[in-house]
Design a protein around this ligand. Structure first.
Ligand SMILES: NCc1[nH]cc(CCC(=O)O)c1CC(=O)O
Length: 303
């Protein structure tokens, strides 16, 4: 009997699936060959020329994996948590997370946002990164930029843009440590769940749940749960320019968050600290921030 681990087929997804397989094999003292990696093509992989927001948002990355999981074609699915919708089907359960990688974004093409030429062009399809760049450099021109890491770097090298932003976690997992410069979280607060890999199982599959839970990294899971709780409380989706990062120190969780207007012209930044298991903290922070958000920010959150 092999345990079937489903994944997208992108280079990054495959690295993450292999890391999950290795962690499971090690935790259970079993041969990695007893865990089969099953590649599943998603709509998000097929459509490369339009913004994700336009063609259906985050569900693009998870829909086919959800279907395969519910159809018992796989026993678990590996995801970049950043790409997983905030509200999951009741049949599916997030069982574990790998230890989080570097949460920051890396700026590629120029050394700092101050080095962007006047009216310089930044390629990104992330509303958060676009708004954050514009908050620092209102003169910047944002152009839609998708594709895998190599496609984006080739477009940059061809001079299509002056700069782009990529998650440090993805670059590092692909062995591309040399690409770009990490921006501090004070300059660019990362997306909720950035740098975290999660493993989902069918909620009713107690055996798979126990098998996968053995590799759960609790501090990552707790931090990502708080960040996702914050997004859920906002009713936010991939159209929403939101940064959020939870950090854990001893038994205290601190959640920092940023809501921006789409053009970066207004923003609200705040943080809250409390017990790790305080389930009200993310919602209270979201409500406090929305209450003092200017109209250009508040209107982005459908509540
Ligand atoms: N939306 C694409 C996506 N989803 C997860 C990562 C990187 C890995 C991570 O953040 O965990 C990326 C690429 C990027 O944002 O540069």
């Amino acid at each position: 009997m092999t345990f079937k681990l489903g994944t997208r087929g992108s280079p990054l997804a495959l690295v993450q699936a292999h890391a999950t397989r290795d962690a499971l094999a090690k935790a259970h003292g079993i041969d990695p060959a007893t865990i089969e990696i099953v590649m599943i093509k998603t709509t998000g992989d097929r459509v490369q020329d339009r913004a994700l927001a336009e063609i259906g948002g985050k569900a693009l990355w998870t829909k086919e994996l959800d279907r395969a999981l519910c159809a018992h074609e796989i026993d678990a699915a590996v995801h970049s948590m950043k790409d997983v919708e905030t509200v999951r089907p009741t049949e599916i359960r997030i069982a574990a997370m790998l230890p989080r990688a570097d949460v920051r974004d890396r700026l590629v093409g120029i050394a700092s946002l101050a080095d962007l030429p006047r009216d310089g062009v930044v390629g990104t399809s992330s509303p958060r990164r676009a708004a954050q760049v514009l908050s620092h450099r209102p003169d910047a021109r944002i152009v839609l930029f998708r594709g895998n890491v190599d496609t984006r770097l080739a477009k940059l090298a061809a001079g299509e843009v002056d700069a782009t932003l990529l998650a440090a976690a993805g670059l590092e997992r692909l062995g591309r440590h040399e690409v770009g410069t990490a921006l501090s979280i004070d300059t660019l607060l990362p997306a909720p769940s950035q740098g975290a890999v999660g493993i989902e199982v069918r909620a009713e599959d107690a055996a798979a749940l126990a098998f996968v839970r053995a590799i759960d990294h609790a501090p990552t899971h707790q931090a990502v749960r708080a960040e996702r709780g914050f997004l859920a409380a906002l009713g936010a989706d991939c159209h929403s320019p939101v940064g959020a990062l939870a950090t854990i120190d001893g038994d205290v969780l601190t959640l920092r968050a940023q809501l921006l207007a789409q053009d970066g012209s207004a923003q609200v930044v705040d943080s809250a600290s409390g017990a790790i298991d305080d389930i009200d903290l993310p919602r209270t922070l979201a409500e406090t921030m929305l209450a003092r958000a200017p109209e250009s920010v508040a209107k982005l959150f459908a509540r």
